[in-house]
Design a protein around this ligand. Structure first.
Ligand SMILES: [Zn+2]
Ligand SMILES: [Zn+2]
Length: 265
């Protein structure tokens, strides 16, 4: 990728935009319930001048693995983080910098532990969200009071239902003091980068440090993301309900059979 602002040959960490780098850390591929192919995700993120993406499919990391493989084959400045959106019994939860997906449908406390045991970061997506399973204000209060370590919270999730809760989330976070994350939760390539987290640095490790030190900032595109035909959302919704869950069950079965074989060997 050639750009006037990038450094000399071999300098692959120079960001394309001056100032803080941008990351979109909540994205779904078509190996999960999204409609974005791994190749398209890389294209769209590059177009939006993101420095980092995290692929966070529900309860598995196959989409993240595929994006990682494609990036390894390409000469591209984009960096990626393996993430997962865990379906806990109490609402969705993002794990970043994970190696494998925690078991779904467990109490949120257990899911936090499973992410932390892998050295991951815990982010609350769409907090207080009315339409998808989301952690409530009371739940977040009690987790923090019990000493569970939550690193960040989405204060900028562009879906209209979550945008309506933004003021409440920001005011609660004055007490919580969590890193303020902007993320698109994109299921369609047109929405990649519609919200982002800015940080100083360029690498995933810089982003990790910025989240831990609470120096990240949440933001979104000034321009509204492309509005898609409503039929597309209906189709995606059907996909999320009828195609993705059976695939997740099959995956889980395959994994537990493989684990079984390892134990028996
Ligand atoms: Zn979610
Ligand atoms: Zn999501």
């Amino acid at each position: 990728m050639n750009d006037e602002t990038s450094g000399g040959p071999g300098d692959e960490t120079t960001p394309l935009v001056a100032g803080p780098a941008l990351a979109d850390i909540h994205l779904h591929t078509n190996l999960g319930d999204g409609w974005i192919s791994p190749a398209r995700l890389i294209q769209a993120a590059t177009l939006r001048q993101l420095a980092i993406v995290a692929v966070t499919d529900h309860d598995h990391v196959e989409g993240a693995r595929r994006v990682e493989e494609l990036l390894a084959e390409q000469n591209c400045t984009l960096r990626m983080i393996t993430g997962v959106e865990v379906s806990t019994r109490n609402g969705h939860l993002l794990g970043l910098f994970v190696k494998k997906a925690p078991r779904p449908l467990r109490p949120v406390e257990e899911s936090i532990d499973a992410i932390k045991e892998q050295g991951g970061l815990v982010i609350v997506p769409h907090p207080l969200g009315p339409l998808v399973p989301s952690l409530s204000r009371r739940r977040i209060d009690s987790l923090l009071a019990a000493g569970y370590e939550i690193d960040g919270i989405e204060t900028y999730n562009p879906s209209p239902a979550n945008a309506a809760r933004r003021a409440d989330v920001l005011s609660a976070n004055k007490e919580w003091g969590l890193a303020e994350i902007g993320a698109s939760d994109a299921h369609f390539w047109q929405h990649v980068g519609a919200a982002y987290t800015s940080f100083s640095g360029t690498t995933p490790e810089d982003l990790r440090r910025a989240i831990v030190e609470r120096t990240v900032r949440a933001g979104g595109q000034d321009q509204r993301p492309a509005r898609l035909n409503p039929a597309v959302y209906v189709a995606q919704c059907a996909w999320a309900w009828f195609v993705d869950p059976p695939r997740r069950v099959m995956r889980r079965r395959r994994e537990s059979r493989a684990e079984h074989r390892i134990h028996e060997a």
